[in-house]
Design a protein around this ligand. Structure first.
Ligand SMILES: [Zn+2]
Length: 143
């Protein structure tokens, strides 16, 4: 770092008055960060950085297909209503057939929280897809 003549004169005078104090002054200057380093530090401070929020980060989140959840919830009532076979194979076929007819609706939900409800139109669509699946499986069971 270049020093002005005034600074050098001041230092010389200081050296004459207090020879032992000069070393401390030089050490202090050496310890000070270089101008470039200071700028880099300022830049780093101004940049956005990740902030950990422990309460939120510790909450377990899951990706759920709300359509799938709705189909599974309605499975037993629909089977009862249509007196369809309730073996595992038929149940799985009905779920697969119904879900292939429905668009997926993925949501991120916190574990233990209730799933978002489907609207009336979506609910009707789920029931229709399930009825079609039940009729198909009942007519041609693979068990
Ligand atoms: Zn069956």
């Amino acid at each position: 770092m270049a020093r002005t003549k005034k600074e050098i004169d001041k230092e010389r005078m200081y050296e004459k008055l207090m020879p032992s104090g000069l070393k401390a002054a030089r050490a202090e200057r050496a310890a000070a960060p270089a101008p470039g380093a200071e700028l880099r530090a300022a830049r780093a401070r101004s940049q956005p950085h990740r902030v950990a929020v422990p309460a939120l980060d510790s909450r377990r989140m899951a990706v759920v297909n709300v359509m799938e959840a709705a189909v599974l919830k309605k499975l037993n009532p629909v089977l009862e209503r249509f007196s369809c076979c309730r073996c595992d194979r038929c149940k799985r076929d009905i779920v697969a057939l119904a879900l292939n007819k429905l668009p997926p609706r993925y949501r991120v939900v916190a574990e233990g929280q209730p799933l978002p409800e489907l609207d009336q139109k979506e609910n009707a669509r789920v029931v229709m897809a399930m009825i079609e699946a039940v009729l198909k499986v009942r007519a041609n069971p693979r068990h």
